[in-house]
Design a protein around this ligand. Structure first.
Ligand SMILES: Cc1cc2nc3c(=O)[nH]c(=O)nc-3n(C[C@H](O)[C@H](O)[C@H](O)COP(=O)(O)OP(=O)(O)OC[C@H]3O[C@@H](n4cnc5c(N)ncnc54)[C@H](O)[C@@H]3O)c2cc1C
Ligand code: SF4
Length: 325
């Protein structure tokens, strides 16, 4: 067996230069190392980027720039994030455990892989994400946690990150770097739906390093609600990130994203279109939720998620518009 190579990147340029074929970037390692132990990921080399861009800066436009190596705990505890982006602080704090959040980085959190149990079962299950063309045992198997939106016959897995759902509702922008240069990608475009290639999960190139996440100025009120089987240390069955601006009982602006329902954080644009400019009341919230979920499709074990998502969207909007504490 070839020994695994490990190197700490000195800076972003060094990281991308070292990221040759077969190498993977290493953040906190809380997902990648687990996957390596299970032999699902088998990199030839690890380029440790956990010591790179680290910190949170306020930008001139009233937004914030978060270095990709900033630990989840530091993001959630930052006073500007807590004050202006409570949706982000709450999403991070609803995930994993304090110890894992202390290790996990912003870049690594965005790129963590699905928690589909069949994906982890290298020996006993068929999985198109591990081996394209092999089949998907979740479709006819135990699929209580799986997708109700945007799934394909090849894969019904969901993206597990809470933080990514908040970033989708905040219109965050991912800054990246390759040996060819730098680019910026809307976080809502970063992750792919599974289609017939669920193994290709993002639009990033193999050597593309996430260097930072930019948040535009925030809407005045935002929150994150996560519904799960246990009150801690559990992934979302359904989650909703919402941000609103309301004046005189009307919704001036709104952003909504759903977690636990699709292969990527699900930006609820249909719901937003119905809500924007309309009355901030329960009837409008219910109509928006129904429109967003009109094409939801249940598997054998997860039909409950459609009603759960509907109720969670309504509850979050009521909370944000003052109709519910
Ligand atoms: C028991 C347990 C419970 C958990 N519960 C939750 C939960 O409820 N909610 C939730 O959201 N998460 C949860 N997590 C997941 C956890 O949040 C992730 O493991 C963590 O955020 C990953 O960050 P990391 O820095 O450790 O990534 P790593 O494991 O280091 O990397 C993950 C992926 O990102 C890539 N990568 C890392 N940094 C970069 C970069 N800068 N540029 C490009 N690629 C990069 C790596 O190559 C790898 O593919 C849980 C994890 C565990 C173990
Ligand atoms: S749902 Fe996706 S990740 Fe899970 S077994 Fe099917 S192909 Fe694999």
């Amino acid at each position: 067996m070839t020994p695994l190579r490990y190197a700490r990147a000195a800076d972003a340029q060094d990281a991308v230069l070292q990221a040759q074929a077969g190498a993977r970037f290493l953040g906190g390692g809380t997902n990648l190392v687990d996957l390596m132990r299970e032999t699902i990921e088998r990199p030839e080399a690890l380029v440790d980027v956990s010591g790179l861009a680290n910190g949170i800066e306020e930008s001139r436009d009233g937004g914030v720039l978060i270095g990709a190596a900033t630990r989840n705990t530091a993001v959630a505890a930052h006073p500007v994030v807590r004050k202006r982006y409570p949706v982000l602080a709450r999403a991070i704090l609803s995930g994993a455990s304090a110890q894992i959040r202390n290790m996990a980085t912003t870049g690594g959190n965005l790129l963590q892989r699905t928690r589909c149990a069949y994906f982890y079962d290298e020996e006993g299950s068929r999985c198109n994400k591990r081996h394209p063309g092999q089949g998907c045992d979740a479709r006819e198997g135990f699929n209580r946690n799986h997708a109700i939106l945007g799934a394909s016959s090849a894969c019904v897995a969901v993206h597990p990150s809470d933080m990514a759902v908040a970033l989708a509702a905040l219109d965050a922008v991912v800054h990246t770097r390759t040996s060819q240069g730098e680019r910026q990608i809307a976080v809502t475009d970063l992750h792919r739906l599974p289609g017939d290639r669920p193994d290709i999960e993002t639009m990033l190139e193999p050597d593309e390093l996430i260097t930072a996440i930019a948040l535009p100025p925030a809407l005045p009120r935002s929150t994150y609600r996560k519904v799960r089987d246990r009150s801690s240390y559990a992934f979302a069955l359904v989650s909703v990130a919402g941000a609103v601006q309301v004046e005189g009982g009307r919704v001036l602006d709104v952003r909504l994203a759903l977690g636990g329902v699709a292969h990527r954080p699900w930006r609820a644009r249909r719901a937003e279109d119905i809500l924007r400019g309309g009355a901030a009341d329960r009837a409008a919230f219910a109509a928006a939720a129904d429109a967003e979920l009109a094409e939801a499709c249940a598997l054998s074990d997860n039909g409950f998620k459609i009603e759960l998502a509907r109720r969670t969207i309504i509850a979050v909007l009521e909370e944000l518009t003052g109709e519910r504490p």
